[in-house]
Design a protein around this ligand. Sequence first.
Ligand SMILES: Nc1ncnc2c1ncn2[C@@H]1O[C@H](COP(=O)(O)OP(=O)(O)OP(=O)(O)O)[C@@H](O)[C@H]1O
Ligand SMILES: [Mg+2]
Length: 114
Amino acid sequence: MENPTPVISFENLRKNYGSLEVLKGVSGSLNKGDVVSIIGPSGCGKSTLLRCFNRLETINGGRLSVMDIDLSPPKLGAKPLRQLRTKVGMVFQQFNLFPHLTVLKISCLLPVKY
Ligand SMILES: Nc1ncnc2c1ncn2[C@@H]1O[C@H](COP(=O)(O)OP(=O)(O)OP(=O)(O)O)[C@@H](O)[C@H]1O
Ligand SMILES: [Mg+2]
């Protein structure tokens, strides 16, 4: 069977906040249907990586593509950004949660609504 095109792929991805280097060249890929856990100590950059996937953060180096949308450039037009936001959902860790919904319902909200 041919290798499927990854839904998310990232290569040598780098993200820093000023002098704090959080993501120091991480690489990986996820295919459709994959269920993946990112584990590591507090502060190692798990949420930062996820925030890069939906462009809540702009990467500082490397290459990142999510659902065929190239998130590598520092500037992204309104159209690809909108495309991305209608396809990628995120349940926040500490805030922006709806208290009357379950995690599953929050995750489904965007794809169901748009
Ligand atoms: N907006 C920001 N500005 C400056 N530093 C930040 C910012 N966001 C995160 N950091 C720092 O980046 C590092 C990685 O944070 P991140 O939230 O990605 O860690 P994490 O692995 O998700 O931790 P946890 O397990 O506690 O959720 C931490 O040192 C954090 O203080
Ligand atoms: Mg986190």
